[in-house]
Design a protein around this ligand. Structure first.
Ligand SMILES: Nc1ncnc2c1ncn2[C@@H]1O[C@H](COP(=O)(O)OP(=O)(O)OP(=O)(O)O)[C@@H](O)[C@H]1O
Ligand SMILES: [Mg+2]
Length: 325
């Protein structure tokens, strides 16, 4: 092991579809679209990805740009305040470039409208400052890659303009083990199977989270001058207070509030989040997907409900009682 190895999420980012772990349905469709576009000498159609944070949306945009050989421009929709800002970026794109628009559901209406013709007809119409007339500028053919954590908020005209919209799903334990094994290999640290299992089990189906846990385990390995053994990994994970199902203090507080204040539910999102002192958006996007997936909580027509498994899990945790009292 070398201690000067760059340990950074960006260096672990897969740059080809082959290196991208899991999401096999997405990979095969995307691979087909890419091959066909390349064989036809055409620009890839616009595509969008949606799913919880940390599952690889940005990574896929990088892979697309890398595969088609275009430059990648990255923009976050909430940061675009004026139509002119988006128009400036669009007109600066070269043939085959990839424009990655993150949080695309948060585009302001007038900016989304500008995007419609920019996607469909490759042109933008803008009003120049201090002038009444509107000018229309042609754009080079480019690929828009949209990403959103909230598919429901995408306006229908926007959805209709994508050649394909890919849903990203949480990763399996096995897939997360591969993600971590790859990062360990690139960081030149030896890691045993048990450590991979422990980290993956706590990764909440999310590569970003599994990799973050791995980095803290790696830190301990560096400091001790050791490989990542099960013993060392257990020690590092203990320090992070992430339990064996990957729940952190906020998750446990959510469960505890649901079980005690609301008698196990059903209860609506807002009431539950407020009582637990959590932000409703954070609850819906970062806390609930994993609690639902792991069967600790159920979502019914009447609201959220704790399951038997959720109650059993809560009984094994002790820290929550101290923090909520
Ligand atoms: N399928 C995968 N295989 C290997 N590594 C992955 C995979 N998906 C994600 N990663 C890693 O996880 C990290 C997080 O992924 P990424 O930034 O693409 O997520 P995201 O979906 O864009 O998240 P956000 O919604 O928060 O922007 C990346 O740095 C990448 O290294
Ligand atoms: Mg991202």
């Amino acid at each position: 092991m070398t201690t000067d190895t760059l340990v950074d999420e960006r260096t672990w980012r897969p740059s080809t579809l082959d290196e991208f772990v899991g999401q096999s349905a997405i990979k095969s469709t995307l691979d087909l679209m890419l091959r066909s576009a390349i064989m036809r000498g055409a620009v890839l159609e616009h595509v969008a990805f949606y799913g919880p944070p940390g599952l690889g949306k940005t990574t896929l945009a990088y892979i697309i740009a890398n595969t088609v050989g275009g430059s990648l421009r990255e923009l976050s929709a909430p940061a675009i305040t004026k139509p002119g800002d988006l128009a400036t970026v669009l007109t600066s794109l070269s043939l085959g470039d990839v424009l990655f628009l993150d949080e695309i559901h948060a585009l302001k209406r007038e900016i989304a409208e500008l995007l419609y013709s920019a996607m469909e007809d490759f042109k933008v119409s803008i009003q120049l400052e201090k002038r009444d007339d509107i000018i229309t500028l042609p754009l080079k053919q480019y690929t828009l890659v949209g990403a959103t954590t909230d598919y429901g908020l995408l306006p229908e005209p926007l959805r209709a303009r994508f050649g394909h919209i890919f849903p990203l799903d949480l990763y399996t334990q096995d897939e997360l083990m591969q993600v971590v094994a790859r990062a360990a290999f690139l960081s030149e640290v030896l890691i045993d199977r048990e450590s991979l299992e422990m980290i993956a089990a706590r990764g909440r189906g999310t590569p970003r989270l599994a990799l973050r846990l791995f980095r803290r385990c790696y830190d301990l390995a560096v400091v001790r001058g050791s490989d990542l053994t099960a013993e060392l990994t257990a020690e590092a994970l203990e320090m992070l207070r992430v339990d064996e199902m990957g729940l952190d203090e906020a998750d446990r507080r959510y469960l505890y509030t649901l079980a005690t204040v609301y008698n196990g539910g059903p209860v609506g999102l807002k009431a539950l989040a407020t009582s637990a002192g959590l932000n409703p958006t954070t609850v819906e996007q970062s806390i609930e997907p994993w609690l639902l997936r792991s069967g600790l909580v159920a979502r019914t027509r009447l609201g959220r409900r704790i399951t038997k498994l959720g109650l059993a899990h809560l009984a094994t945790t002790t820290d929550i009682v101290e923090t909520t009292k």
